[in-house]
Design a protein around this ligand. Structure first.
Ligand code: F3S
Length: 406
């Protein structure tokens, strides 16, 4: 990897131990990926926040970085933590877990990182992030990465928590992969023949992720009025089941010139067509857990934005949850703060539990007494059994509501 004189000096320690450490992390990564040098970044987003998933090793790393005097040099946001930082006690998290989680948040905060604990920095109001087409980023949450690349036209690889943190400290990222035009070009056309409902986007993402792992698709036939929530779910499911960091939608996503070039240069070598009915038939192969006899439902993977709260309110139609049924929604404090107080009140009166700062995947579900769940999220249905050993059924949001209301 080519380094400027200044970068060589930083690697040798001219700007302190923390920047030398960060430079070492990124040079190792850059060498591995045959990067030729660095690009400056506009922002970073760091994952690896929950004590449930990251454990003691994360605390040791953050303590060490703080000891070195590390500070981020670009706006940097943080992924969800392992619990609601205000309601943790009433929800029933063990105090030992809470103590460790607060320690992690404080250590990140001392590095200068915004601690909103959101995995949707691309739509969180008051976020430190303001992402534009062509911006180079170092983000490490796969749903955020694929959304930023696909829907905004910004450029970021799927960073690890450590490489995103190193980039946040240096304000740079090695140039490879998604920072270049070639690897962003689609080579497969996926035509949707029919009218997709919201839950079809999870199934589509899971199918493409699983069977066309890193082949970049351009989707055709997705209606212009598709909701942001559906596109969040599409990307999240693709990235969870596969290694995707980008998709394109014909005449919708911003990199139209790149897509046009892919057609002109005959870069599109594979073509498939799927109908919504076929996607419904694929569900059991993609998510084998049965979706019945479930009392607790978890929504908000990716975390709920305003439009998903509106969709939930619309599905509830003023009804309340019946005794014994629970719907838990995960979001972040910035979204909650931007919600109409009236709408929030209606949801809470209906019996919806709204948790901030965390999500159903990175929280230790069993430690708060949850053994079996249903969700509307393809990504959550993929990860919950792996992360918490909790059986998880996948159902459309509207069906979840109908199962739960009086
Ligand atoms: Fe976000 Fe948690 Fe899903 S971090 S994308 S809600 S796994």
């Amino acid at each position: 990897m080519y380094l400027t004189n200044e970068e060589e000096a930083i690697l040798a320690g001219s700007e302190g131990e923390a920047k030398a450490f960060a430079m070492k992390v990124l040079v190792n990564l850059g060498d591995l990926e045959s990067s030729e040098g660095f690009y400056p970044i506009v922002s970073a987003h760091v994952s690896g926040v929950s004590y449930h998933t990251a454990g003691e090793a994360l605390i040791r790393l953050l303590e060490e970085l703080n000891r070195m005097g590390a500070k981020v040099t670009v706006p940097t946001s943080l992924n969800p933590a392992g619990m609601d930082l205000e309601l943790w006690e009433s929800i029933g998290y063990p105090p030992d877990f809470a103590k460790k989680q607060f320690m992690i948040i404080e250590l990140y905060s001392k590095l200068g990182i915004d601690i909103t604990c959101s995995c949707i920095p691309y739509e969180t109001p008051q976020s430190v992030q303001s992402v534009r087409m062509g911006d180079h980023l170092a983000w490490s949450e796969s749903n955020a990465v694929i959304y930023a690349n696909s829907m905004v036209g910004a450029r970021t690889n799927r960073e690890s928590g450590v490489s995103a943190l190193a980039s946040a400290i240096l304000g740079k990222t090695p140039v490879w992969g998604m920072h270049l035009d070639g690897p962003r070009m689609p080579s497969m056309e996926v035509t949707i023949d029919g009218s997709m409902k919201a839950h079809h986007f999870d199934l589509l993402g899971a199918y493409i992720g699983k069977h066309f792992n890193s082949i970049i698709p351009v989707y055709k036939g997705i209606k212009k009025d598709v909701s942001r929530g559906s596109l969040k779910h599409l990307g999240a499911a693709m990235a969870a089941k596969g290694g995707h960091a980008i998709f394109h939608i014909l005449d919708m996503t911003p990199e139209r010139d790149l897509v046009q070039k892919a057609y002109t240069d005959k870069h599109i070598v594979e073509r498939i067509t799927l109908t919504p009915e076929e996607l419904d038939d694929l569900k059991d192969g993609l998510y084998p857990a049965p979706a019945k006899d479930i009392d607790i439902f978890v929504l908000g993977c990716p975390q709920f934005g305003i439009s998903e709260f509106d969709r939930l309110s619309g599905a509830l139609k003023g009804r309340k949850l019946k005794m014994g049924k629970r719907i838990i929604v995960y979001t972040n404090r910035s979204i909650l703060g931007a919600m109409e107080e009236h709408e929030r009140g209606v949801l809470i009166d209906a019996g919806i539990e709204i948790y901030n700062d965390t999500c159903m995947v990175v929280t230790p579900l069993r430690s708060i007494g949850i053994e079996r769940v249903g969700t509307d999220s393809g990504k959550a249905a993929h990860y919950i059994p792996r992360m918490s050993g909790v059986e998880t059924g996948l159902l459309p949001l509207e069906m979840i509501v109908e199962l739960c209301v009086e």
